[in-house]
Design a binder for this molecule. Structure first.
Ligand SMILES: *[C@@H]1O[C@H](CO)[C@@H](O)[C@H](O)[C@H]1NC(C)=O
Ligand SMILES: *[C@@H]1O[C@H](CO)[C@@H](O)[C@H](O)[C@H]1NC(C)=O
Length: 399
């Protein structure tokens, strides 16, 4: 059987570097930015890649929280069963510099899927940089233990970089680029461009024009959650306030960041409902007599008082005295939605056992997210306010 062929993966981002320059041209130094890859991703943290001229462009899911990079083999019938009708599958052929280096069996590759297949090294082109990507999982068979699995994504590229003393979890894509001399250090930065409505990922480093200064990059206190083999998530700690009042229910809240999450509705653990309710009752007026329960957002005749704040703890290590927390305030028009006829509803879903507060686009559109290695060879996460949006978000509390 004549097989369909995969040559290389080409990102169609010729105009992305241009946007990057325009987006940050308002001020700052003209730092030369030659040895960086710039990748534009959509709202769901996916990007279109050219697989070859026959298959055309396909969507590739990127993921900050996994080490695993996988593609689907042309032999994978299960992939068709769990995936989209519009299948995009690979054939690993020597003629096109694809090399099989091993096999794998029953590896959990995502929340819902367990796969088997070959380990391959494949030639890729990313932002015009040619390199070999080692250790890609080429999936040949697939199953799910979940009764109702989410739709299978045919290809995913993992961007995880995490360390804990001697242990390290590092995605191959960074090592392949580094070992082949395409980048000079292992790090990346990410933010969401609200005007263009897409994510901008830069490997390595960050564009210094995007933030006020190096000093505005604050390290976060890191914990991480490595319950699953396929996924490690950074957990940040902090607090939540409503209308400037500290929530009483829980003193600390755990956050994690995931750019593939659309957080236009706040999702908060059900146990916080009483705190919200208390405040809302105090401010209730004559027209606000509708039911307000966990399931029912209620109707309010005003919105001006309702704000939500998130304070993310800043790592206090190092010399300079530094702010204790980032204070990210969401204004009343983000917290309350206008429903027409003079009424607002609260833009919060109260969810059972939602132990972590997920921050997605909202945080990436206000802050530059920078993941790097410190002097002790440990991975760190830092946030810095994005320069052009600085006015509305810089309100930092000092100790
Ligand atoms: C970016 O700048 C270039 C050159 O000044 C211009 O041609 C282009 O239209 C700009 N793009 C955007 C998205 O503003
Ligand atoms: C963040 O951590 C790095 C590495 O330990 C350190 O050099 C830097 O000063 C820290 N930044 C701040 C703002 O504390």
């Amino acid at each position: 059987m004549k097989k369909i062929i995969v040559l290389a993966i080409l990102l169609s981002i010729s105009y992305c570097s241009m946007q990057f320059i325009n987006a940050s041209s308002e001020g700052g130094t003209q730092k030369e930015f030659s040895n960086s890859l710039k990748i534009t991703l959509n709202d769901d943290f996916q990007t279109l890649m050219r697989i070859d001229t026959i298959i055309g462009e396909v969507l590739v899911q990127f993921d900050l929280n996994t080490q695993i990079t996988y593609f689907s083999s042309i032999e994978c019938e299960d992939c068709l069963y769990f995936g989209d009708q519009k299948a995009t599958r690979f054939n690993c052929l020597k003629e096109f510099s694809c090399v099989k280096s091993g096999t794998f069996q029953d590896v959990q590759i995502s929340q819902d899927y367990i796969a088997s297949g070959d380990l391959i090294d494949v030639r890729m082109v990313l932002d015009d940089v040619h390199f070999y990507l080692h250790g890609v999982y080429l999936i040949k068979s697939l199953y799910s233990n979940n009764q109702n699995p989410s739709k299978f994504a045919y290809q995913r590229i993992g961007l995880l970089l995490a360390s804990e003393s001697n242990q390290k979890y590092e995605s191959q894509i960074f090592f392949s680029l580094y070992n082949q001399g395409k980048i000079n250090k292992i790090s990346y930065s990410l933010y969401y461009d609200e005007d263009l409505q897409n994510y901008q990922l830069t490997i390595p480093d960050y564009d210094s024009r995007l933030i006020p200064s190096r000093q505005s990059l604050f390290n976060l206190t890191l914990g991480w959650d490595g319950v699953f083999e396929y996924q490690k998530r950074y957990i940040f700690s902090g607090h939540l306030d409503f209308c400037g009042q500290q929530m009483l229910e829980k003193n600390t809240l755990n956050f994690y960041l995931d750019p593939s999450v659309n957080d236009h509705v706040f999702q908060i653990d059900e146990s916080y409902f009483e705190d919200f309710n208390k405040f809302l009752i105090e401010h209730r007026r004559e027209p606000d007599l509708s039911l307000f329960t966990v399931e029912q957002p209620g109707q309010w005749s005003q919105n001006q008082y309702f704000t939500l704040g998130i304070q993310i703890d800043i790592d206090q290590k190092g010399k300079l005295p530094k702010p204790k927390q980032f204070d990210v305030q969401f204004s009343s028009d983000q917290v309350m939605l206008y429903e027409g006829q003079g009424y607002y509803t609260i833009n919060v879903n109260f969810i059972k056992d939602k132990f972590n507060f997920i921050l997605g686009k909202r945080i990436f559109s206000k802050y530059l997210y920078y993941l790097y290695k410190d002097e002790q060879d440990q991975y760190k996460v830092a946030l810095a306010p994005l320069q052009h949006k600085q006015q509305s978000l810089r309100k930092v509390q000092f100790i």
